[in-house]
Design a protein around this ligand. Structure first.
Ligand SMILES: Nc1ncnc2c1ncn2[C@@H]1O[C@H](COP(=O)(O)OP(=O)(O)OP(=O)(O)O)[C@@H](O)[C@H]1O
Ligand SMILES: [Mg+2]
Length: 221
């Protein structure tokens, strides 16, 4: 299992009230799987993805990521695991707007194990070419279509050779043609062995995954 969570709880304290966002959730994801997570608004999907992404910590429970127990780690260690093991894709692409496509993709290579400028350049360029963006590498995000921006984001997520890709509503801002393109890319990189966990509201997007899990009230159903 590249991801193994056991009885994860997440409780948010808001004023005097405790909100249980995750209620004893367990999940195993094998290497090479492609999982879609669906469920109503407020069911806990983003909370779960944030914990899987080491962006947030569970209130209790255990989480092993690629063999490492991460649930007890502090912020610095989590940041380190995050940059080595995970790639993120968001609904709003989250690209740096004053930075070219190429520089956006080079960014993850600046942290963790720094490689030389030439190698960084080469890797980022190769990844953009793989996303069929070889002719757009010097464009800024605002000069690219939504689908192209998301492909830059995928290139950025993949460039560090992560163990798992986490995607929260990756097609939420795309028309159906671009959505299909992005999902075909996901299937392609998944077929090459990459593990993907994706949250989506759309059944036809979830259909691209190998399996779909439904959440309700902080649990899988
Ligand atoms: N930072 C927070 N503080 C307090 N409560 C929170 C916080 N984040 C989420 N919650 C609560 O936890 C529950 C789960 O929220 P979450 O964002 O995980 O839902 P979601 O399934 O991603 O919904 P959506 O489909 O609308 O994105 C909700 O009841 C929400 O109000
Ligand atoms: Mg959400």
């Amino acid at each position: 299992m590249v991801i193994d969570i056991q009885q994860i709880r997440k409780v948010y304290r808001v004023g005097e009230v405790d909100v249980t966002a995750l209620d004893d959730v367990s999940l195993g994801v094998a290497r090479g799987d492609f999982v879609a997570i669906m469920g109503a608004s407020g069911s806990g999907k983003s909370t779960l993805l944030n914990i899987l992404g080491c962006l947030d910590r569970p209130s209790s429970g255990s989480y092993r990521l690629d063999g490492i127990e991460v649930s007890g780690m502090g912020p610095d260690q989590l940041a380190n695991v995050r940059s080595r093991k995970l790639g993120f894709i968001f609904q709003n692409f989250n690209l740096l707007s004053r930075t070219s496509a190429l520089e956006n993709v080079e960014l993850p290579l600046l942290y963790g194990n720094p490689i030389g400028h030439a190698a960084r350049h080469r890797k980022a360029l190769a990844m953009l070419e793989r996303m069929e963006l070889g002719s757009r590498v010097h464009h800024f995000p605002g000069q690219l279509s939504g689908g192209q921006q998301q492909r830059v984001a995928i290139a950025r997520a993949l460039v560090n050779d992560p163990a798992v890709i986490l995607a929260d509503e990756p097609t939420g801002n795309l028309d159906s043609r671009s959505s299909n393109e992005i999902m075909k890319l996901f299937q392609e990189v998944n077929a090459q062995g990459l593990t993907i966990i994706m949250v989506t509201h759309e059944t036809d997007v979830a259909a691209f995954a190998r399996r779909t899990l439904q959440m309700r009230d902080g649990r899988f159903i």
